[in-house]
Write a protein that binds this ligand. Structure first.
Ligand code: GUN
Length: 293
């Protein structure tokens, strides 16, 4: 059966907007998310536009700060410093990837971890890995929410994560092995140097595919009754579309769907949940729930 990320995301956005209405009625200020976007990468433009729209739906204020590709690292760091010190801004993100002349790590570490609603700062990553309150990065948090809302059993389950990126693979593997639910799973991480990936996947009760390799997970890799979470969003040419492309996941959906207990589509699965997790983190930041002042 298909996991409807779009519907869950829309339900959660409604819950958030109700909370914001209550906050405002109680005299609190409107939650405020800022986003820095560098350049004109098509994917990044789309993601940031979706984030701004989600802010409106949740009743948040949003500010978009744009720079051209040739912005200096110094200018970016100064902008981050301003946002760190702007008491009206509760949380902010710097959309990745950045141009090659800018150090993503330096940029991430310049963000005040208390406003790091992307959960990319090493303090948040470290706190997450030892199970302390923190901003959990949006895609892994969105995946866990889907597993929870669809009642997918995770305790003691064999969970195979494909990919070891800092944004998805590593944190989701970490969360899935933590002693809480959803989680408490036996986690295996496969990556470009792994042997016998097919064999490993065939044992999995849950596969989380985050490789960026369209159609990588084929029917012969999937156990009957498995749950599949597809994080892939590669743009592939499609002349029938106005845009000239469509998004393709890491899973051969048509061949795999009938074997699965649950499967996320692309688009409409993990993507909308990622944005909603960012909104949740922004609300937590505005209320100082994670890091009290
Ligand atoms: N690029 C791809 N995913 C993300 C994300 O979750 N946050 C940011 N800032 N950049 C991204």
């Amino acid at each position: 059966m298909i996991i409807d990320g779009k519907k869950i995301a829309s339900d959660i956005k409604r819950e958030i907007s109700e909370t914001v209405t209550e906050m405002l009625a109680a005299g609190a200020k409107r939650p405020h998310l800022a986003a820095i976007l560098v350049g004109h990468d098509g994917g990044s433009e789309t993601y940031v536009a979706h984030k701004v729209k989600a802010c409106e739906e949740c009743g948040f204020k949003s500010t978009l700060i744009r720079f051209e590709d040739d912005v200096t690292e110094d200018t970016l760091l100064q902008t981050i410093d301003k946002l760190n010190n702007d008491s009206d801004v509760d949380g902010f993100i710097v959309q990745l990837p950045l141009p090659r002349h800018i150090s993503e790590q330096r940029v991430i570490e310049a963000i005040d971890y208390r406003k790091d609603v992307d959960g990319f700062h090493p303090i948040n990553v470290g706190r997450m890995s030892i199970g302390l309150p923190c901003f959990v990065s949006a895609t892994p948090a969105g995946i866990l929410m889907l597993l929870e809302r669809y009642g997918v059993p995770t305790k003691g389950a064999e969970c195979v994560v494909l990919g070891r990126s800092n944004i998805v693979g590593k944190p989701v593997a970490n969360l899935m092995m933590q002693k809480h639910l959803p989680g408490d799973a036996t986690v295996t991480v496969c990556h470009s140097a792994s042997r016998d990936i097919k064999e490993t996947c065939r044992r999995a009760d849950i596969i989380i595919a985050a490789l960026g390799s369209p159609g990588f997970v084929t029917a012969d890799m999937v156990k009957e009754g498995a749950t599949i979470i597809d994080v892939g969003t590669t743009r592939v040419p499609d002349p029938t579309r106005k845009s000239g492309f469509r998004l393709r996941g890491d899973v051969d959906f048509d061949a795999v769907e009938s074997k699965c207990a649950w499967i996320t589509p692309v688009p409409g699965g993990v993507g909308p949940m990622t944005i909603v997790s960012l909104m949740k983190n922004t609300l937590l930041a505005a209320r100082h729930d994670i890091y009290p002042v």
